[in-house]
Design a protein around this ligand. Sequence first.
Ligand code: T5A
Length: 207
Amino acid sequence: MIRGKFITLEGGEGVGKTTNLAFIKDHLQHHNIPVVVTREPGGTYLAEKIRHLLLDADSEDISEQAELLLMFAARAQHIKHVIEPALVRGNWVLCDRFTDATYAYQGGGRSMKASIIECLENLVQGTLKPDLTLLLDAPVEIGIDRARKRGAFDRFEIEKISFFERVRRAYLLQLELHPERIKLIKANQPLVDVQRAIVDTLRVLLR
Ligand code: T5A
């Protein structure tokens, strides 16, 4: 059995990850590729419980270390029970956020050291890395505005603009560090143009 491909979607709040995930799923299925769509934090029973704790805006003050460890605890479950088995079955896995989000939010947003994140990444993932990461990028105000139109804010969405500026910069740094894996998609253009750019980028994997 040929191992499936692992594709992740990244970007700040409201840049269109969820919207485009459904589009990519349809596009891959059109090419007769079996796809598993999932998300982080989340994707298993336990990881979804952890997501709920992490996003709860009414939570007690969560320490940066606890937040980081909970992200990786959820990820460990997700890899073991969903991602790895699907890839081994030959399915492609399409995941709404993965470890680049940890570098962006906990590394950039919370200013935690990249070396600590890298340590946990090695522990939890071993050699597992996405084959392709689509980084949807737009000025912070545009994404926040789109996300906030949807209603109640979660524990991250209540952060200040400066937090999301750090998140965006950290994502762009990830792009600089891993140009072979991460591809930039400009998200502040009409959806049809965003999706055209996504189709172009996916061509490499579909060859
Ligand atoms: N997190 C996560 C960490 O801190 N560390 C980690 O390691 C991980 C994995 C998860 C939170 O957890 C944090 C980051 C997050 O704060 P989430 O729900 O996965 O939360 O992430 P959000 O960014 O909050 O997801 P959103 O649903 O808000 O944003 P999306 O999915 O990027 O945006 P989407 O597709 O819902 O679109 C938002 C709106 O914009 C419109 C859509 O129709 C929708 O109404 N839209 C466009 N409008 C015009 N033009 C376009 N091109 C458009 N694209 C979309």
